[in-house]
Design a protein around this ligand. Structure first.
Ligand code: ADP
Ligand code: MG
Length: 247
């Protein structure tokens, strides 16, 4: 049984049908890639899978439980984490503060001002452990806004990891990154895949061909092709399309 599954997801905004029929199965311990042109509906698909938009039809299963229509924070608490393209970073806070705010253990200490919480060695150590996973432990006490763009993207992943997820959804993690930062991110995801199931939307096809176990190609709100990188390279449709140039 797949860890995460979407069956026949449909989503429209007014008269505009954005997701026609999306079905995906993400096996535990794998990296599942989603690729497709701009406007194909990839981000909308993530919004629906993580509870930020209710689907108009179809169902979503996580670890065998039907999570269709549950609120985002409920789904998150079950172990589904996602990145928000740095929209959820606090720029004026220090790096470690960003991670601490997302720790379930921190949230459990209700009403406690952050400055006091810094005195809680256990919470600080937890946050440092998370930062270490993305290579940012050494920058813990710098302001988030002073990090490079690539490090901010890594911090964004740390914030998602702080929630102790079982599956991590990443929306175009390489967007805006140069070649070196992209290589760093590939290494980071290769490390994280040992502990987490990962679903990643990516425009950069080379990135996905290198990282993913399976790839779903989304176009016109549907999964039009699905397979392993090797399978996709051999696919006639892929060979004829722009994807073939990279494959
Ligand atoms: N809240 C919304 N209301 C209306 N249209 C939307 C909304 N969100 C996304 N769309 C439309 O859905 C289409 C797919 O968008 P999106 O999921 O962001 O694509 P992708 O991430 O693949 O580039 C776009 O045409 C976009 O304008
Ligand atoms: Mg998008």
């Amino acid at each position: 049984m797949a860890l995460f599954e979407a069956r026949g997801i449909q989503k429209r905004f007014g008269a505009r049908v954005v997701l026609e029929n999306i079905s995906l199965a993400i096996e535990a311990g794998t990296v599942h890639g989603i690729m497709g042109p701009n406007g194909a509906g990839k981000t909308t698909c993530f919004h629906v899978l993580t509870g930020h938009h209710p689907p108009d039809a179809g169902s979503i299963l996580f670890d065998g439980n039907d999570i269709t229509g549950l609120k985002p924070h409920v789904i998150a608490r079950m172990g589904v984490s996602r990145s928000f393209q740095m929209m959820n970073l606090f720029d004026d806070a220090v790096v470690i503060e960003n991670v601490m705010l997302a720790l379930p253990a921190f949230r459990a200490v209700s009403g406690s001002p952050l400055r006091e919480t810094f005195g809680d060695r256990h919470l600080v150590d937890l946050a440092l452990t998370v930062l270490d996973q993305v290579g940012l432990a050494g920058r813990a006490w710098e302001k988030a806004k002073d990090l490079s763009y690539g490090d901010r993207r890594a911090l964004e992943i740390a914030v998602a990891l702080a929630a102790e997820p079982r599956i991590l959804f990443l929306d175009e993690p390489t967007a805006g990154l140069g070649a070196q930062a992209t290589q760093n991110l590939i290494r980071l995801i290769q490390k994280l895949r040992q502990h987490y199931t990962i679903c990643v939307i990516e425009h950069d096809m080379r990135f996905l061909f290198e990282l993913a176990d399976t790839i779903s190609v989304v176009h016109w709100g549907q999964v039009i092709v699905e397979g392993t990188p090797a399978g996709l390279k051999a696919n006639k449709w892929v060979a004829r399309s722009a994807l073939g140039e990279v494959a």
